[in-house]
Design a binder for this molecule. Structure first.
Ligand code: AGP
Length: 615
């Protein structure tokens, strides 16, 4: 949540900052702002409520010169979205500007103390407290900006990635992080900083991921310096090569990122399985498991932790692992797990699932799990993010940048990796027969083509969506492997169309939600021809007999359901455990077109942000 970007070099900073903010807008779009220090040392600050385009309009025609600048796109936590609460926040004498991603938990205590020292506050943000504190320390202690920031960071509790610039110093930018991400791009005589690598792509492929409790001093014509906030000693600078291209960050001819990402799934799943299915589909190789085979051989229990869509993938993972590995598996919301005093020991494996690798609750959950001695495995998309850097081992899903706030290709990538993981642990423990490995691995190899077939439903779904655009409520029902698919389908609809939708295990419907069903409440029923198909038929009839309309996702050639349901969408036959991958795609498209029919911004739905780095 919140994106920060900064530049120091020989080019004009403003355009670079604006382009960076556009790429970071998925992290929040409540307001945007930029601070520039020009050659004379003047500090110019521009802020606007709403999207980055509003900032561009409000700064048009004003002095945006300067080769040093910082900027911010906000997802509001403290204080409503408005110009005053927008970042950069400025110190009382208007000499220091700061952008912040995270939350300062003890801001109230610090604020009271600063008020006693004569400070006044304009905004309701926690961030203003930090910038005022830095100025107070600097002025009263007569110290440098760097020393004042270090001292202030020792006083604050919470999470932060910050970038700071100062009036009269067009040559220095200082950045620091604790629990919120920050990447430094090292160019030739220029330096970029950002919440993730997307604003840096196209300028340099040399990046440094700042570690927790580190502060970096970026000075014109001087090498980058990183200092540990724990012992004030210089930290090792580990320059890595970025493997992202500008093309991956663009819409590629699609109207929206979400649609592009839905249609990318044949390719992303190909990337996801590449090199992991070997020996003519008879063996799965996940290096993260191979290196730690003893851990998996001796595991007594697996706990999957995640949030949102990733939690839905975890529910599918539970079934997969239990079935193929015969290990007890629990699934926890990361936010509940971290405060539940979990009982864990060395024979437990905690698997975190996260697209962004920055979700605050998931990160905290795995840190707790490690403290308690569990072995932590991460399934992540964003390479080099905080979660993979805080795990003992793991697997990337490799589906490329997911920009649309609603997760689509990351979900199918997560389920694919969980399938590979279950098979690979099952092979190791001898709990899965070779025929099953071969059958599922072969179907996974075919999955890109299978998904291409499912995507041909696009036109049909677009047409169908018109019938349901004005429904106020939806029920999504599924059983077994597809109960989580129902949850995911409902979440997709809710987050982008703002229609209330509930996902439910189909058989549970009669224990309550059935009371809601009438002719105005459509039910989407995921009913492939699997081991529970005969059971779900009863649920379809229960909905129909109460006047509800049914959209059924069925296996190809299922004519019986066509007679019962109002609409059927046919998907190719795949092994039962892979049906969530295939069935989720029509649900993504249905939510997409309903939201588009309603004129909603599917890539940036209201109140949401792609990366939830606050509690
Ligand atoms: C999904 O469409 C979401 N917008 C959201 O639920 C997301 O899955 C959740 O915030 C977890 O994010 P992560 O996978 O990056 O940890």
């Amino acid at each position: 949540m919140c994106g920060i970007v900064g530049y120091l070099g020989s080019r004009q900073a403003y355009d670079i900052l604006i382009q960076g903010l556009h790429r970071l807008e998925y992290r929040g779009y409540d307001s945007a702002g930029a601070a520039l220090v020009n050659a004379e040392g003047s500090l110019n600050v521009y802020k606007a409520k709403g999207k980055v385009s509003n900032l561009e309009q409000s700064a048009a025609g004003k002095d945006t010169t300067g080769t040093l600048g910082i900027a911010h796109t906000r997802w509001a936590t403290h204080g409503e979205p408005n110009d005053v609460n927008a970042h950069p926040q400025i110190s009382q004498t208007h000499s220091i500007a700061l952008v912040h991603n995270g939350t300062i938990e003890n801001y109230n205590v610090l604020k009271k103390a600063l008020i006693q020292h004569g400070y006044t506050f304009e905004s309701e943000t926690d961030t203003e407290v930090l910038v005022q504190l830095i100025e107070y320390i600097k002025l009263t202690g007569g110290c440098s900006l760097l020393d004042a920031i270090i001292e202030a960071l020792h006083q604050v509790e919470g999470a932060y990635a910050i970038a700071v610039v100062e009036e009269n110093d067009p040559d220095t930018m200082i950045v620091a992080r604790k629990s919120s991400p920050l990447v430094i791009g090292v160019g030739d005589d220029e330096t970029f900083i950002a919440s993730d690598a997307t604003p840096i792509v196209g300028f340099t492929d040399r990046v440094v991921y700042l570690r927790d409790n580190e502060i970096a001093v970026i000075k014109r014509n001087e090498p980058l310096r990183i200092i540990s906030l724990e012992n004030n000693k210089p930290s090792k600078i580990d320059i890595q090569t970025l493997k992202l291209s500008v093309a991956q960050l663009e819409k590629g001819g699609y109207d929206t990122f979400m649609l592009k990402e839905i249609f990318e799934q044949p390719a992303t799943l190909r990337d996801c399985i590449r090199g992991r299915i070997v020996d003519d589909c008879n063996r799965i190789v996940l290096s993260g498991v191979e290196i730690h085979r003893d851990r998996f051989l001796n595991a007594r229990r697996i706990v999957l932790v995640a949030c949102g869509t990733s939690w839905h993938a975890a529910l599918i993972g539970k079934r997969l692992i239990q079935e193929m590995c015969r290990i007890p598996v629990e699934v926890e919301y990361a936010s509940e797990f971290r405060y539940g005093n979990p009982v864990l020991d060395k024979q437990d494996i905690v698997i975190s699932i996260s697209q962004s690798g920055e979700t605050a609750d998931t990160l905290a959950a795995i840190q707790l799990a490690r403290e308690k001695g569990a072995f932590v495995y991460g399934i992540c998309n964003v390479v080099g993010a905080s979660i993979p850097r805080n795990t003992d081992s793991g697997t990337y899903i490799h589906v490329g940048p997911e920009i649309g706030v609603a997760s689509t290709k990351a979900f199918t990538g997560q389920v694919t990796v969980l399938t590979l993981l279950a098979l690979s642990i099952g092979q190791l423990r001898g709990t899965v027969v070779p025929e099953t490995v071969h059958e599922i691995a072969s179907a996974l190899m075919e999955m890109p083509k299978t998904i291409e077939k499912v995507l041909k439903l696009d036109g049909e779904i677009q047409k169908l969506s018109r019938t349901f655009t004005y429904a106020h409520n939806f029920l999504y029902l599924g059983r077994g492997y597809n109960y989580p698919t129902a949850l995911e389908g409902a979440l997709k609809l809710k987050e982008i169309s703002y229609i209330h939708a509930e996902g439910y295990p189909a058989a549970e419907m009669k224990h309550g939600p059935i009371a809601l069903i009438d002719h105005e409440m459509p039910s989407v029923i995921i009913a492939p021809s699997d081991s529970l198909y005969d059971k779900i038929i009863n649920n379809v009839q229960q909905v129909k007999s109460r006047g509800g309309s049914v959209i059924a996702i069925v296996s190809k050639g299922n004519r019986a359901m066509a007679e019962m349901a109002d609409y059927t969408l046919e998907i190719p036959d795949v092994p039962e455990c892979l049906t969530p991958i295939v069935a989720s795609i029509p649900l993504q498209l249905l939510a997409y077109y309903i939201a588009i029919n309603k004129g909603k911004n599917v890539d940036q739905p209201r109140n949401l942000a792609k990366s939830v780095t606050v509690e």
